[in-house]
Design a protein around this ligand. Structure first.
Ligand code: BGC
Length: 747
């Protein structure tokens, strides 16, 4: 007892020591920030709020500016983007050191799915449902980016996306707020590591605040119109999770939300983010989005645009120059209070202090470190493992996969077999002076895998786009000589991404015709589908022998695909978005309401909420993905069937690997609140566990259900759990529920 008390006192003392030290550090940083602020002229303050694109590359419409050097020397620029590499960032920092106050520049970059080592596109990585792997991939990206002079990544993108026509679905974690929140947390932790200022970390920038993913019609930059309930329940949670994980910065978004552009939206940035949520970091605009408020028709000119954005809580202007051109006059004209500018400057300076840049502006500029880190072979191993975990097995007729390593002849056919760059996906980073084209093609990956006795044949067959079928004959001839055909088809990597919305998301060109021709040979055809978004591919889905959805897997694509094809890795990924049968079903997501006239099946379409000409069910549902082995679910047990608001139910379920291969299963737990003052979705993901089971092995796993998991935003936007009946469903996908039960929440 005595020892216990001592231990508790010790723990309390330690806690209060750490707490005091942290608050002292924070206080002293705040004092340092104030002392710098006191020295600054208004022009220098506005300079800190100004971010320019470097001339290396551009990710938006460029504004020519011949006097960047002069402006940096005069302290009129606080940050640069699209400027990578130690040599280049060092040069710019040297220019900043010639300014009166020598305030260091921040270097930001879209490090979205890797830096030199490219990882799977974020949507693909989300399919792994492997939070550790996702965090690790962000960690590697941060290690490489920070070694290359960068302080800041414009990631993670946490926009919920339910419309695969929208090109930016590739950048997020899909349709679900629960999965999206956990992935947002993992990515922020990965990027920021232990703390800012640790040289292996970069600041995260959570984007795009907010609701950008709900652009009407899936058209990029389009308006968003949504209820508060939907905003709070579905679109905001991943932002809140990222904030709770310590995200240093936020980026606002191009869209208007219910008629008010997000960039000038006080409700989003002041009331929610900096008010209710207490965010202490800074908000950067999206590229030119302050000026774009004129096009939106929300402000008359740059003067009003700057006023609107700074008032609404946007701290830094990316590329629009409206802060630089108008803020001083707005202060003189008494249209804005200088306190707004001071607050924004302080937020930015604080991050520069936390990164240690005032102690050493060149601390991220070490050539030797850059060289060593960018050539670390461990990173390739991690990229290979994450890539293999991201591949989704959609179909596997006759268990054609995994392929035997003793197979005689394989025909590897398709326009993507030998391409290199395509595997990198949309947001790869070109690192000048570094071999940033390090990439294992799918062809090379297969060659690395097969033994000397396997004959590997190739034919391109066709291009990604176009109507030319002249390559079919050669492809058919090659297929006829093989025991198995592998066909690699899909999109070009730049068909999904920013400003890459498409109304037709079928597999382009004649690629599915090529599949048809190859199937006519009678050979089994394994199809690899490469894409940044859910595509529509009904012919392939219905006729191919097997399908692996490979997204864009990054530098190690070829090796990872070969690992899965031959069973060195048993696929375990699950779709983070619903895959539609037709664009006519979009937006499509699993957690919809029941409606007053629910359509329960496709047979009866009279007077219920269905289409006359189309199923309402997706081709592949959220959470779907097969394995080479099979899993059985049994012995669902709930510790209580009637609970009070303060109770927690312990749920246990036994999973058995009943197949021949070792493998991982993502066990998914869904809840349905039967009756709510606001109607509740037919199913909501509330927990999951990814577990590894050897062939024949069983494991019992536990989940906990507490009030938090039963709550939702009521009409007053209060987070409440309402008494009543709940269904609990556990399964292998959102449709494939294997065991279920129910319980009651009483007052
Ligand atoms: C995108 C942002 C990106 C920025 C800088 C914008 O067009 O919307 O996500 O971070 O450009 O590249």
């Amino acid at each position: 007892m005595y020892r216990k008390v001592l231990l508790i006192i010790g723990a309390c003392l330690l806690f209060s020591f750490i707490h005091n030290t942290i608050s002292a550090q924070k206080k002293s940083l705040a004092q340092k920030v104030d002392s710098v602020l006191r020295l600054m002229t208004l022009e220098e303050k506005i300079g800190q709020l100004n971010q320019y694109n470097d001339d290396q590359s551009a990710t938006g419409p460029v504004t020519l500016d011949n006097d960047k050097i002069g402006q940096i020397k005069r302290g009129q620029v606080g940050s640069l983007l699209n400027c990578v590499g130690v040599a280049r960032t060092r040069n710019w920092q040297k220019v900043a050191m010639q300014s009166r106050l020598k305030i260091p520049l921040l270097f930001g970059q879209d490090v979205i799915h890797g830096y030199k080592t490219t990882f799977p596109i974020p949507l693909g990585e989300a399919a792994s449902w492997d939070l550790e792997a996702i965090q690790q991939s962000a960690r590697v990206a941060a290690t490489e980016a920070s070694a290359s002079g960068l302080h800041w990544t414009f990631a993670p993108m946490v926009d919920i996306a339910r419309d695969p026509r929208w090109g930016r679905v590739m950048e997020g974690a899909g349709e679900d707020p629960y999965l999206g929140s956990l992935i947002a947390t993992a990515r922020v932790k990965g990027f920021q590591g232990n703390h800012l200022g640790d040289l292996n970390s970069v600041m995260a920038c959570v984007k795009h605040f907010a609701a950008y993913g709900a652009a009407i019609g899936g058209r990029d930059y389009n308006s968003v119109d949504m209820s508060d309930r939907l905003l709070w329940e579905v679109y905001l949670p991943p932002f809140k999770a990222a904030l709770d994980a310590g995200a240093a910065t936020f980026m606002n978004s191009f869209n208007d939300l219910n008629g008010v552009p997000a960039t000038g939206n006080s409700y989003l940035q002041r009331t929610i983010l900096k008010g209710k949520w207490g965010f202490k970091g800074f908000v950067v605009s999206d590229w030119g989005s302050i000026g774009e408020m004129i096009n939106h028709g929300n402000v008359k000119d740059g003067y009003e645009a700057a006023q609107s954005a700074i008032t609404a809580g946007c701290d830094m202007d990316m590329e629009s120059r409206n802060y630089k051109n108008n803020l001083a006059k707005l202060v003189v004209d008494k249209k804005i209070n200088i306190a707004l500018i001071n607050d924004a400057v302080k937020r930015i300076l604080l991050k520069k202090f936390e990164l240690g840049l005032f102690d050493d502006p060149f601390s991220y500029s070490n050539e030797a470190r850059e060289k060593a880190v960018l050539n670390n072979p461990e990173h390739a191993k991690i990229a290979r493992s994450v890539a293999a975990k991201s591949i989704v097995l959609l179909k596997n007729d006759n268990n054609v996969l995994p392929l035997s390593k003793n197979i005689n002849t394989i025909a590897f056919i398709g326009p993507l077999v030998k391409s290199l760059k395509q595997n990198k996906g949309f947001w790869d980073v070109e690192v000048p002076g570094v071999d940033s084209d390090y990439i294992v093609s799918q062809w090379q990956g297969l060659k690395n895998k097969v033994g000397a006795n396997t004959n590997l044949l190739y034919a391109k067959g066709c291009e990604i786009e176009g109507t030319n079928k002249s390559g079919f004959a050669e492809a058919i001839a090659v297929a006829k000589q093989a025991d198995v055909v592998i066909l690699s088809i899909g999109e070009r990597r730049d068909m999904t991404g920013e400003a890459k919305s498409r109304s037709n998301i079928s597999i382009p060109g004649v690629q599915e015709d090529l599949l048809k021709a190859l199937l006519a040979t009678g050979k089994p055809v394994v199809v690899l589908i490469n894409s940044g978004r859910p595509l529509v591919f009904n012919y392939t889905a219905d006729h191919a022998t097997a399908i692996l959805y490979t997204w864009w897997l990054g530098s190690e694509a070829g090796n990872a695909i070969a690992d899965v094809l031959f069973g060195d890795v048993n696929p375990s990924a699950k779709l983070p978005m619903s895959f539609p049968v037709s664009v006519g079903q979009i937006p499509i997501y699993y957690s919809h309401f029941n409606t007053g006239r629910p359509a329960l099946n496709d047979a009866n379409r009279i007077y219920n909420s269905s289409y006359n000409d189309l199923s309402i069910f997706p081709k592949y549902e959220f959470g779907y993905g097969k394995s080479y082995t099979s899993f059985e679910y049994s012995k669902l047990q709930l510790s209580m069937k009637k609970i009070k608001q303060t109770d927690t139910i312990e749920v246990s379920v036994t999973i058995t690997n009943s197949g021949k291969y070792d493998g991982d299963e993502v066990v998914q737990l869904y809840l349905r609140d039967r009756v709510g003052s606001i109607v509740r979705p037919i199913k909501e993901l509330k927990d999951f566990k990814k577990i590894f089971l050897k062939a024949g092995e069983s494991k019992t796993i536990q989940f906990r259900i507490d009030k938090q998991k039963l709550s939702f935003y009521n009409q007053q936007l209060k987070w409440v759990a309402e008494p009543g009946d709940f269904d609990l469903m556990i399964g292998s996908s959102s449709r494939d529920i294997r065991v279920k039960d129910s319980f009651e929440l009483v007052n």
